[in-house]
Design a protein around this ligand. Structure first.
Ligand code: GUN
Length: 281
């Protein structure tokens, strides 16, 4: 049976440490603020945004959620981002993705001040990760690494296979694993013989978006399997990994819910606090 990469337990511990950092800032007269922008009514995004707000509340961070209607124009969105860039009370700005189709995501993200880019999606921060310079790292990839390290999963010299090539998860997590001296393969929808790749993986990161897609036969015995999927099936949230079969083969496995998702929020809070600390110092 695999060791559980329990994101709930780890994030609760980390959140306590983060709360102490918020308290330290407050004792110095500094408050911490996050502005979250949600355009439209994507139900999954509404849940994520609500959870981010709750996390802020728990830490004593000011969390402003700005809900904009579906038909918001590019100019209106950009004007809001520029206003938040100037706002002294705002340490972090997060534009919840995906945006409605008529909006230019890359252009909006490029407008966020890199210092306030707590998602690490600005090209400056993405480029910093790519070139090994300090910067803000995307929350889900950072959370995945935090989990692997917390459970002392060996990384250097190991085969890491990432399924998914998004800017949010696949590409940055591959870069983080590379920085840890893994030998990294990025697989995607056009990969030929996916299972041949996954079966070689000592570390397998599944960000596919297909419920229970990774089955036991695709996993190397003893591998660390990290499930990034959040899929709704018959009203239940399930990951990209068929937990029941894979936990019998894997050495480590992260559950859904209670795995990566919890760590993502925790790392977002850390990025916001780090932004506030940079400003204060
Ligand atoms: N949509 C899915 N994941 C994320 C995330 O980490 N940040 C933002 N802004 N949008 C997302």
């Amino acid at each position: 049976m695999a060791v559980l990469l329990d994101g709930k337990v780890l994030s609760e511990k980390r959140m306590e440490e983060l709360k102490a950092r918020v308290d330290t800032l407050r004792a110095r007269g500094k408050t911490v603020g996050l502005a979250v922008i949600l355009v439209g009514e994507n139900p999954a995004s509404q849940v994520y945004v609500r959870n981010k707000g709750k996390a802020c509340e728990g830490l004593g961070i000011r969390g402003d959620t700005i809900l904009l209607p579906e038909q918001t124009s590019q100019e209106e969105l950009e004007a809001l981002i520029e206003k938040l860039n100037q706002d002294e009370c705002v340490d972090g700005i997060l534009v919840q993705l995906p945006l409605p189709k008529h909006l230019d995501e890359a252009k909006a993200l490029a407008l966020i001040s890199p210092d306030k880019d707590v998602d690490g999606f600005h090209v400056e921060n993405a480029g910093r990760l790519f070139t090994g310079q300090p910067g803000v790292t995307a929350c889900t990839p950072k959370g995945i690494l935090a989990m692997l390290k917390a459970w002392n999963v060996p990384l250097a010299g190991k085969e890491a296979v990432v399924i998914g090539r998004s800017n949010i998860v696949g590409k940055p997590v591959a870069m983080l694993l590379l920085n840890e001296n893994c030998t990294v393969t990025i697989c995607h929808s056009r990969t030929a013989d996916l299972a041949a790749h996954t079966r070689r993986a000592d570390i397998l990161v599944a960000a596919v978006g297909k419920p229970r897609f990774i089955t036991a036969g695709m996993v190397k015995p003893g591998a660390a399997v990290v499930d990034v999927g959040i899929n709704r099936v018959d009203g239940k949230v399930v990951g990209d990994v068929d937990f029941e079969s894979v936990e019998k083969v894997a050495g480590y496995i992260s559950p859904v819910p209670g795995g990566v998702g919890k760590m993502t929020i925790c790392m977002l809070m850390e990025n916001v606090i780090e932004a506030a600390e940079r400003k204060a110092n």
